[in-house]
Design a binder for this molecule. Structure first.
Ligand code: NAP
Length: 253
């Protein structure tokens, strides 16, 4: 049974991945969708031609990972695509956010993503595609978004190294690194701090970012960066000293 597994499927880019993967991969027998809001996942059924299997899991809970492992062991599916889109960020000074907010980003963005990847890997098909939602925040440290940016640097570094390890198995890993995308992400992110106005001007649309990510993953690219502005940011982060960029960011934002 060929399937896709998509975390963070109840909204934003994860939801868009469900829609586009169902359209682009009609031979899939099931898409396994994971998020906490069950009713949101149920709603997806009416817009998706491929059969959905719903897992209303909190991926910060060890129990959810065990349950996923058990479901995989019982069905022994062949995973064509794994998309790890579950994640959140909280804007604000490190000390102004609660410890739970800060640690929770690591729990979900790093530990949850790693655990789901580890659980799914034995079932990945040769030529399978792993798509990990990192962020352009992975490119350099971000004061006022410190733990989030660090968690996404982890995702980027982990994904690139894993991609190399999996070369012989012909499984590719694509780290998706968008700038701001218009989703519910900001409802959570802005509870204590505000997104800089300049960043909001660069807001991309989820369908475009996801379409590019799927195309880049199909080509086996290790990174997917949407838009000229984010490509420029990536280049700048590679060639300029980060202390210079951090000072610039301090002026612009
Ligand atoms: N939007 C942006 O500007 C942006 C930019 C770069 C990267 N990203 C990254 O892209 C990914 C998708 O974000 P998005 O923009 O689509 O945001 P979103 O609309 O807020 O979606 C986040 C998803 O994560 C799920 N989630 C949150 N906590 C969870 C938990 N404890 N267990 C399981 N699932 C959980 C949410 O579902 P439930 O609430 O139902 O659990 C939701 O489906 C994230 O990793 C984010 O960091 C976003």
């Amino acid at each position: 049974m060929a399937i896709a597994v998509i975390t963070g499927a109840s909204s934003g880019m994860g939801r868009e991945f469900v829609r586009q993967i169902a359209e682009k991969y009609p031979k899939l027998q099931e898409i396994w969708v994971i998020a906490r809001r069950k009713e949101r996942l149920e709603e997806l059924k009416s817009m998706t031609p491929v059969r959905l299997r719903i897992f209303d899991y909190d991926l910060t809970k060890e129990r959810s990972i065990w349950d996923l492992e058990r479901a995989l062991y019982e069905k022994k599916p062949k995973i064509k695509l794994l998309v790890n889109a579950a994640g959140y960020g909280k804007i604000g000074h490190f000390r102004e956010l609660t410890y739970q907010d800060n640690a929770g980003m690591i729990e979900l963005n790093c530990r949850g993503l790693t655990a789901v990847t580890y659980a799914c890997l034995p079932y990945m098909l040769p030529n399978g595609r792993i798509i990990q939602l990192a962020s352009s925040a992975a490119f350099l440290p971000q004061p006022n978004f410190a733990v989030y940016a660090a968690s996404k640097s982890y995702v980027l570094s982990f994904s690139r190294a894993l991609g190399r390890e999996l070369r012989d198995q012909k499984i590719t890993v694509t780290a998706v690194c968008p700038g701001p995308v218009d989703t519910e992400f900001f409802d959570v992110a802005e509870q204590k701090g505000q997104t800089a106005y300049v960043k909001k001007l660069a807001m991309a649309k989820a369908p475009q970012v996801v379409a590019k990510a799927l195309k880049d993953a199909a080509c086996g690219k290790e990174m997917s960066v949407y838009g000229a502005l984010m490509k420029g940011t990536h280049l700048a982060a590679k060639i300029l000293p980060h202390r210079v960029l951090l000072s610039l960011m301090g002026i612009i934002f």
